[in-house]
Design a protein around this ligand. Structure first.
Ligand SMILES: NC(=O)c1ccc[n+]([C@@H]2O[C@H](COP(=O)([O-])OP(=O)(O)OC[C@H]3O[C@@H](n4cnc5c(N)ncnc54)[C@H](OP(=O)(O)O)[C@@H]3O)[C@@H](O)[C@H]2O)c1
Length: 293
């Protein structure tokens, strides 16, 4: 059973589950949406459910072998994220769910006074105390964000940006370069690795249960990330003045998260599945986006 199945992380988990031959219940508030219809065509049972309304979760959770749980901080802020996560835990407890895979985020071992992290830290604690078998995934910054996949913008804006992925990538990396210390490693993960790890966790509960996995496929200095992009992509990353103060004004919570990331030291992690590196991801993007443009 996959919450957020029409979204980024849940979408990868649902597709991994279908590829593995599972019966996938794909939960969404919008079963009529494009993503939900695609999942249905691929064989998922698309079910309407709203994490804000626990009553809708009860019948969906009944009999599920496992639940992939994701809440989007950027949609309603920390308190909303916590409230949705608590409803999921309550419904999972009532249904006696055999295994929850919860996708959290780096830093969520403790609150950090960063709203995008602190709700996840709270939910991790509740999950550990719930007595339910669990696995926690803590992804880093998604490389897919460089192409606009998971940026905190409303859906209509995301749809427009998705038609200009390489342009978004140049701006995103320019912003990252402006905010991060030039030689400080940035911890990166792909959405695909969240899908792969969730599948692995569900398929190996005897190993994954009770475990927390930090998912960092690459931790490289932002200048190295930019240099690799410039070497492969047709247009280089631009120099744009005022990006760091601009982000602080326009998106203080994103700015707070990036400044927190730049103040901790990062290295790639060793996980049961090998994670994709930035170089591998970039090569894949180059092959798809540049050859088709
Ligand atoms: N971007 C990054 O670099 C990064 C890194 C680490 C962690 N994170 C965390 O990842 C989370 C976002 O994950 P994502 O990118 O997978 O988000 P996403 O693409 O927005 O997917 C979340 C899905 O949740 C569903 N949803 C939202 N509210 C719901 C509700 N009340 N009931 C049922 N479903 C609901 C939405 O589906 P419907 O609209 O179809 O209902 C949506 O598709 C955030 O909390 C963020 O902090 C992000």
């Amino acid at each position: 059973m996959v919450l957020g199945a029409a979204g980024n992380q849940g979408g990868y988990v649902a597709r991994q589950g279908l590829a593995a031959g599972w019966t996938v219940r794909a939960v969404t508030r919008h079963p009529e949406g494009d993503q939900a219809r695609q999942l249905s065509q691929c064989g998922a049972d698309v079910m309407r459910g709203d994490m804000a309304d626990p009553e809708t979760l009860k019948p969906i959770f009944q009999g599920a072998d496992g639940i992939f749980s994701v809440q989007n901080f950027w949609e309603g802020g920390m308190h909303h994220e916590i409230s949705l996560g608590m409803h999921v835990l309550k419904a999972a407890g009532a249904a006696g769910t055999p295994h929850i895979v919860y996708t959290s985020g780096l830093g969520a071992e403790h609150p950090k006074n960063v709203p995008a992290i602190d709700g996840k830290a709270f939910l991790e604690t509740l999950l550990r105390q719930s007595g339910l078998p669990f696995t926690i995934l803590r992804p880093g910054l998604f490389m897919d964000d460089f192409l606009g996949a998971s940026l905190p913008f409303p859906r209509p804006i995301q749809r427009i940006l998705s038609r200009h992925r390489l342009w978004v990538g140049r701006w995103f990396l320019a912003t990252l370069r402006a905010v991060m210390a030039p030689d400080h490693p940035v911890p990166l993960t792909t959405l695909m690795d969240v899908g792969n790890m969730a599948r692995w966790a569900f398929e190996h509960p005897q190993v994954s249960s009770g475990q927390t996995y930090e998912l960092i496929g690459t931790a490289q200095a932002v200048l190295t990330l930019c240099a690799q992009w410039n070497a492969l992509m047709p247009q280089p990353i631009p120099r744009i003045p005022g990006l760091a103060p601009g982000l602080r004004l326009a998106h203080p919570q994103m700015s707070a998260l990036l400044y927190w990331l730049r103040n901790r030291s990062w290295a790639s992690t060793s996980t049961p599945l090998r994670l994709q590196t930035y170089e591998e991801w970039l090569t894949r993007i180059h092959q798809t986006d540049c050859r088709s443009s």
